[in-house]
Design a protein around this ligand. Sequence first.
Ligand code: TMP
Length: 238
Amino acid sequence: MAEKREQLYEGKAKRVYRTDRPGLYLVDYKDDATAFNGAKKGSIQNKGVLNNLISAVFFRLLEEKGIPTHFVEQVSDREMLVKALDIIKVEVVVRNIVAGSLSKRLGVPEGKVLTEPILEFYYKDDDLGDPMINDYHIRALGLATPAQMNRITELSLKVNKILLEYLADKNIDLVDFKLEFGVHGGELVLGDEISPDNCRFWDKVTHEKLDKDRFRRDLGKVEEAYEEIYRRLTGKSM
Ligand code: TMP
């Protein structure tokens, strides 16, 4: 166990606290929901609990399959203990099916299955609205080293394979998702969360959206979608 100390940071969906254990932070998942870089604000009942539990399931799975993550242990319904990371300011989006900004940007209909995964990089900067960047920006601006980007690419594609296979078994299509990485003790590890907030999950048969798009697009049944993902992953209901 670790004792919670002062708050270090509050983001849109999580708070991060120092602990009495050096190198370990406590992440507290909030019910607050935002979209469009904070322009749309709301709250999703129990989202903090569900995202904490769902992320813990995914992090345990990935660790089991050899992916280094920041996850240490779940400490309460809303909190997990994680390794403190020096965050790399590059967000990675992996896409298997066209949706969201890719559909808008290139005029390709949502739902088109891609022949291979697409990797996209975004500069992690809320004030700028996380603009898209490429390998050249990352290298020339020193956001990450080429060795780090090779490892990030390798890990992102591995995570995609693991999650695709795992979710297919739960009758879920993994449409796309966003990952963040950081460095802990010289090792590059996966950070942030893996939840309906930063993934698109569609029912394999009905293509019903089971993720934050229900909030972004005012589709209703938002809590129900998060609960449904939790239920399919764990067999338990909230
Ligand atoms: P996009 O289609 O809006 O670019 O989103 C791609 C994926 O990234 C989707 O699964 C949602 C996730 N995402 C975040 O986690 N944070 C963000 O700020 C945005 C815009 C997308």
